[in-house]
Each structure stands twice: as structure tokens, then as C-alpha cells.
Design a protein around this ligand. Sequence first.
Ligand code: 26V
Length: 814
Amino acid sequence: MNNPPSPESFRQEFLDNLSAYQGKDLERANANDLYLALAHTVREHLVSRWLTTLSAIDRQDAKMVYYFSAEYLPGRQLNNNLLNTGLTEIARQALAEFNLDLDSLAEQETEPGLGNGGLGRLASCYMDSLAALGYPAVGYGIRYEYGIFQQSFQNGWQVEQADDWLRRGAPWEFPQPEEQVEIAFGGRTRHYFDENKLYCVEWMPETRIIGVPYNIFVPGFNSPLVNTLRLWSARATQSFDLQVFNAGDYVRAVEQKTLSENISKVLYPDDTTPQGKLLRLQQQYFFVACSLADILRFYLTRYPSDWSQFPEKAAIQLNDTHPTIAIAELMRLLVDVHKLRWDHAWDITRRTFAYTLHTLLPEALEEWPVQIFEQLLPRHLEIIYEINSRFLQDLRQRFPNDPNRAVRMSIVRETPEKRVRMAYLAAIGSHSINGVSGLQSDLLKSRTLADFYELFPEKFNNKTNGVTPRRFLYIANPRLKDLITSRIGSGWLSDLEQLRRLEEYVTDTEFCSAWHEVKLANKRDLAALIQSRLDIEVDPNSIFDVMVKRLHEYKRQLLKVLHIVTLYHRLRDNPELKITPRTFIFGAKAAPGYQTAKLIIKLINSVGDVVNRDPLVNGKLKVVYFPNFNVSLAERIYPAADLSEQISLAGMEASGTGNMKFALNGAVTLGTYDGANIDIRRLVGAENFFLFGLTADEVFTLRQGGYYPMDYYQSYPELRQTLDSISSGLFSPQHPEIFRSLVDSLLHKDEYMLLADYPSYIEAAESAAQAYADLRRWNCKSMLNTARSGFFSSDRSVREYATEIWKTSPLKIP
Ligand code: 26V
């Protein structure tokens, strides 16, 4: 690695960049100018390491990992890149000389919100770990011009605004227009025999679009290697514009340009209806086709016309079904363009791809109407038909007496309309299929993909999710980082299992009180943020009981509301009641088209309005809903949490990763037996986890036998009081009926079984609150959560992917 600069030379570089990039001096620069100058200064320190990485890849003819993901949520880059270049203190000192504060400049950065939630953040954690561990990798994706919407509340309702994240400059990206790729859409195919009587297919597309790559450096902690996040931006082709323009129709030419460039315009918020939306399929094909062209171009410079080495040199991980069209595209490139025999191409394809599933909900598995496919990707549809017909032929041979199996497993479903099932294409076209927690991986085998498990058991495996300790402990929680490091050194940053050594301090009173002070200071910081942003006063000595994640009915934010309203009634009915004071903190965006989720947001805000103001409650309960929850806000919330709410209905949450970030920061989980909660509980110990609710098996059985939510309503007076008060307008006196539909749907359907879990939830939440009253015991639980969370490092996950799926090893950089 390069020698670090002195603070003096760093200061000079900073001034030079302020002048070169912003055209300003210190006197004229505003905060954003200063931030941008600093960012440019830091990124320059990455260039030579990035170039060294590329040369090492060439020299060692390294196998590359390609992570294909439609979403990334990298969070702010400045602090992370300072840490990974070892420049944090140098920058801090250099800036101090100018009376500038590093932390306030870091606050200037707009984070790229190029994802919806856990799936996108996981991709970014994996990019961080790939670099830290030294695995050469490229993360491919889309450079959305507008990321996930900005959320605000008007009168308690969610309002969405476009996320113009590039507006104030994008100092971390390097556009590479000379490496652009041209890809195509539409048109038709031509089948013919060539001069050697070889059967050939030619795709004659209708439109062409250019993909321009933007590189973002991904340095790793304590690692000489710098990987690449390569995001594609859509541009109209010159030739296409000119054709229309020459025909004299200037306006249409410009229109077409806009249409082409729409492809990378905006991230789709994950919606209640996954299918539909032509533009979304266009986005998926666009980034996948650009990425494969890029990968093949690189491979062919190393192995001109020798395809046999391809799977040895490239591992492609499909992050959910979104990039699955890559399987058909690689087949097209190999068969149509490079003239490989089908069987050979298929062997290469299957050995190259691996597929991760991030859901259990059948309705979340993507399907595309054949008609849309035909229109957009006619050749790919033919290829999918061919893959399918060969697959079904094999299937009939293996199960000659079971014709139903072909109907169930066909990539193309016939009813209610003809659709391509992308998950099946991914399962058939890859050599590995993994879930993201033990429970989900088991349920994939026994339910969601049971037929496929029977057919290819050897493909199925589990890779429990993980999170990067650099961002979510070291950077987010500097106080805790210092305390931990003061006792066990800093080895935990690259080997998180070392946190176990904290266990010996659980009986050390000095350490325990220091632990407590750290949490309290973090809570004071968050309380100050709540005061300044939301004008709500909260008590740092109350339990900070936190639920931050996407808003989905299956995650059951509504169950949390039922708990709050129950406590509210207890206090109103008995104002003298002694309860542990509590601050409930929410953060969640709802997909803009998801009406029920938006109504739940309104309900949380309405309950907050009433509870926070009621003198009878006397400040014992506060409800805080942070608008616009994102990675930056998350980094301020996890360190201040006492209780982590992970209350999805068992069998619904594939893994969860917020649960891991909370535990790592010493929050105790109140959760169901679902996703990675199960692993957290096993590792931190049952006594340091508050468990409640049905198991996935019990949910299954209850559904089969007939579930009657009304029975619970009738049996539990507190539940009845709670639901009646919501339904009758206690929290919406001006529009008493607005929440009735929520309650009605609980009483008559209750898809996610809130009422079944309500009694055990209230009980578990109350025992958590009681446990908190004994702070010494609570602090032990908190410490043990941190000490035993080492397993949840994304370094561990990525190492498992690398050795078991990608079969790759770290690059050697001198
Ligand atoms: C999409 C949809 C669309 C249709 C309606 C219901 C629904 C539910 C979920 C989704 C998202 C599926 C993909 C996803 O984001 N999965 C998340 O991936 C995380 C990383 O593995 C994991 O921790 C979360 O549990 C999982 O929900």
C-alpha cells in the first residue's frame, strides 16, 4: 500500500481539488464544495490501488466474481473510504487546521438510494466484504438517475418525492463513456442454414440502446485490493436519433431519445404486484446484457475463442430473480453469436451462474407475461422455450408416470395467462440455489421449490446473510468501537468472532458501567436528533424500542401498533400504573402503490399524535416515526436501540439483516421464530432474546385447519378494546372511519395472523420491559448480544460463497 500523506500534503491536495473541481477557494466555498473537494482528495488515494488490483487480476489470470444485482444501497462513502484508506485521522487533522469539522462535512453527502431495503443493502455489504477479503469482484447494476423516493409526512400520510441524488455532484463515480456497450430490444428473429448447412438464428432487433458504465471504487478494510461497482446508464444511440431526425421529425427524434434514456431513469419501489411493467423488464435486460457484454469482452482478451475456461474464470451470482434473464442472454451470445453447440453452451451457462433467493412468498417470485417477452426479447423467448422443452423432456424420462410434474415445473406457466417463471429459469440454469437463512433454505426445499429440490438436491444450499461490521459498528458506533477496542484490541474488525472475548468482561462492573454509558450517550444523541427533526421530547432513560425496515404487512408493524395502543389503554384506565417508560421508534417506507401499507403509516402517526400529547400518559409512552428511513439514518438509530423489533409472522421473513445490525450494537431482540432471528437466538442464548409467537410449522397447521381471528377478538378483552378503539376513531376523531378497514381485515382475514400472536407478543414485550427495569441484568444481555454476534459478519457469508459456490481464492497483491 502507498505511504499515507502527511496532514500538510493532504491539506494541499484538498485545496487543489477545491480549486480544480469546484473552482473555489476556502473563502467562497460552501459546505457542499468543501465536502466535494474532500471526496475527490480521498478518491485520488484509491486510484493507484485500483490500478494495481487490475494488473494483479491480469497477471494472476484470476477468477472473477460478478455480482448481478438490480439494487445497491451503499450508504455514504466518505467515512467508509477514509477508513479503508487509513486516512481518517489525517483528514481530520488537516481540516482542523482550516477550522473545518470532518463530521459535519461528512453530513453533506447524499447517499445513493439505489435499492429498496435488505436485498440492496446486502449487496453492498457483500461488496465491502469481497474487497476486505481480497476476492476480485465486480458488482454490476443500474445507475438509476432517481433512487428510492424521498419520504415525508403530510398530516400523517406518506408523501413521495423524486430522489434527485445526483443533483449536488457525484464525486465517487468515474464515467467510462469509451467503454460503452450497445444492446438491443424488440424486432424479430430469422432462422436459416448457413453455407456449412449449420442451423442458425439471427435476432433482428428494432431498437438499440447504449449503456455507459460508471465505476465506483470499492476499497476493502485493511486490504490492498480495490474492487469495482459498475453501474450502467442508458443513452440513446446516435444512429437511431439521426435516422428519425433526417426524416425531418426533430420532435420525435428527441422523444425517442427520452424513451431510451428512461430505462435507467428510476428505481422501481418494490410493489404489491411484482409482475407487469414493461419498463422493469427492460431495465433488467439492459443491465444484464451490458454486463455480460463487458464480461465476455474481458474474457476474450484473455482466451480468444477458447470457451472451455469460461466457468473457471467467471462466477456470476444472481441476486434474486431480477437478473435471471442473464441465463438466456449468455445462451444467446454463446449459441447465436459465438456459434457454440447448444449442449456446450448450456454446460458453460449452468456452471457459471448461481442463484440466491431472498423471499419465501410465492407472490414475490417474478413472472413475466409471454406477450411482453415476445415484444421485447423475441429471441430470448425462443431460447427459454428451448431450455424448457429440453428440461421437460428429461423430467418426463425421470418421472414417466407423473405428467403433473411437468405442469408444475414448466418454466412457462399456462394459466391464468402464459407467463415465464423467472425463479424456475434461474433454478434450472444455475449450479447453485441458495437461501439466506437456515429456516428459509429449509422451507425452499420443503415448500417453495420442493419439486426442484427433489430433482437437483445437490444444487441447494444455505448462506446465512451477514452485515459489514465496518459500517455498522466501527463507523456507526464510535463510542462502542472505542470501548470494545480498549479491551480486546481491533482484531475484531477483520475477524468478528473475536468479539467473543468480551464475554469475560460481563462480570467486570467497571466495563458494565462503561457499556451502559455508551448506550446512554448514543441514546442522548438520538434524542437530540428526534428533538431537532421532529420536535418531540423523549427521555433517554426510557427503553428505546425500535422497528425500522420496509413497511410490509408480513413484517407486522401493525402488531407493534396494537401493543402501543394496548399500553395506552392500560395507562388511561389506570393512570397510577407503574410501567417502564418507553420510546417507540419507527422508520419505514411503503411502496407508493401499496394502499394498506400507507394506511398503516397514517395509523402509526395518528396514534403518536394522540399518545404523545395525552397528559394522562405523562410522558411514559412516546411514539416517534422518522420520515425517510435510509442507510445514513439507520447508522444513527442502531447504536441507540435497546430493543430490536423483529416480529414478522414465522415463515415470512427470508432472513432480515437489520436484526443482525441491532444485535451487533447491543440491542436485545423481541422477535418471532423466523428468518435469521432463529440463528441470533441460538447464538446469543435464549435468555438474551425475547421470543414469542407461532412457529412456521404451527402457522402452516393453523392455516390448514382454518384460522378464525374473531376467536381471539372474543377471548381477549384487551385486544377487543384495542381494536374497537382504532376502528371507532379514537385516533382519528376527524375521520372516525379511516382505520376501520384495517381492523375489519384483521377480524375477517388476518392474512399474517396478528391476532393469533397478539397475546404472546404482549406478554413477551412486557417481560422485556420488566427485564429492562433491572439495568445491570439488561446490560449483560446487551453485551452478550454484541459478544456473540460475530457469526453475522458479511465476511463469514462471503467466505462461504467464495469457497462453496464460486470456488475462488483471494488475489495476491504484494
Ligand atoms: C417483494 C414483494 C413483492 C410482492 C409482494 C410481497 C413482497 C415481499 C417481499 C419482496 C421482496 C423480495 C426480495 C427482498 O428484498 N428480500 C429481502 O432480502 C433480504 C436480504 O436477503 C432479507 O434479509 C429479507 O428478509 C428479504 O425480505
